[in-house]
Ligand binder design. Structure first.
Ligand code: ZN
Ligand code: ZN
Length: 330
């Protein structure tokens, strides 16, 4: 069950979208719709994530849930600590959850079924325990934020198990779900992870699509982008910079592959030839620091959009790795 926070300070903007970080060193976005606030990915340390939220005038204590695109570390590095600290549920696909568990417990000789069983037993044991304790891991991390914790977060002590989360909720690509006031449509993206997804979020009639970490844009993803008001799209690398850049050939091949990352060229080809022009905001994201320059990504997209006179109202923005973007309000 979600406990929805009252948000008088945000009431004048019913829908808000803030990219806290985007790129291979960490990805994290906050979305607010009605009274619900969701964190998309937690690829920064909890401490850094909270710092950036405050910097962007977003209050970490009001988050209701975390939803994960895939298990790569730039999307989940701070997940466990953040979820425990806030005492909020984490939404995964089952495949992503399974891969995340394996990633955190590589030496465990345990099948996934055994692990789920162990979790059930641990949950039952915790229910039986009456003494409450705080999360010492988080308190040590950031004492100031610990003081702002909702009561629910302080009620349970995580086991030593690094995969322990306050609550895990599964969803499937292609099956819409509701998180409080926000409707979420998860869709499959082509990327070298267990079960990677992008999302369309809808709240108060505003549709926002998030699709980074994809090797190309297949028809199912293009269909999801139709009629969105905001599109956060990957523009990872400049093809020439990647080819001539510092990565070993095997990594270059991985990035360029159909399950790698979207180039500036691929993003702009989509914008030029198939994008329907409906979005008030197009945000280019997940820019590589080694194989791209913000100006190259911007110029490629601008060229693509400028050819289309009907798109003058579209605003083109770039998401950054090291600082939050200004909040977009609808
Ligand atoms: Zn990524
Ligand atoms: Zn990835």
């Amino acid at each position: 069950m979600l406990v929805l926070h009252r948000l008088p300070r945000y009431a004048h903007f019913m829908v808000r979208f803030t990219v806290l970080a985007s790129g291979s060193k960490g990805n994290c976005t906050v979305i607010t719709g009605g009274k619900t606030r969701i964190l998309i990915d937690a690829g920064l340390s909890c401490r850094e994530l909270f710092r950036r939220m405050r910097q962007a005038d977003e209050d970490p204590a009001t988050l209701d849930a975390i939803i994960i695109t895939h298990e790569h570390s730039d999307h989940v590095a701070g997940l466990a600590v953040t979820a425990r600290k806030l005492g909020i549920p984490v939404y995964f696909t089952e495949g992503t959850h399974r891969a995340w568990v394996r990633w955190l417990s590589p030496r465990k000789q345990m099948t996934y079924t055994q692990w789920i069983e162990q979790c059930r037993k641990q949950a039952a044991a915790r229910m039986a325990e009456s003494d409450a304790a705080t999360c010492e891991e988080c308190d040590a991390d950031d004492p100031e934020a610990a003081a702002e914790l909702p009561e629910s977060a302080a009620a349970k002590k995580p086991e030593k198990d690094p995969t322990w989360l306050p609550s895990v909720q599964f969803f499937q690509a292609g099956k819409p779900l509701q998180i409080g006031d926000i409707s979420v449509s998860p869709f499959t993206i082509p990327h070298d992870a267990a079960d990677p997804v992008g999302f369309v979020f809808q709240a108060e009639g505003v549709r926002m699509a998030v699709a980074t970490d994809l090797g190309y844009i297949p028809p199912n993803v293009k269909a999801q982008f139709k009629g969105v008001d905001l599109l956060l799209l990957e523009s990872n690398h400049d093809l020439e910079m990647l080819r001539d850049g510092p990565y070993p050939w095997s990594v270059k091949q991985r990035v360029l592959s159909r399950v790698g990352h979207l180039s500036n060229e691929a993003a702009s080809t989509y914008l030029e030839s198939e994008y329907d022009g409906q979005a008030a905001y197009i945000i280019l994201g997940h820019l590589s620091e080694s194989n791209n320059l913000p100006e190259l990504a911007r110029i490629a997209a601008e060229r693509a959009l400028n050819g289309r006179a009907s798109l003058l109202a579209n605003r083109l923005l770039l998401a950054a790795q090291h600082e939050p973007m200004s909040t977009i309000c609808f």
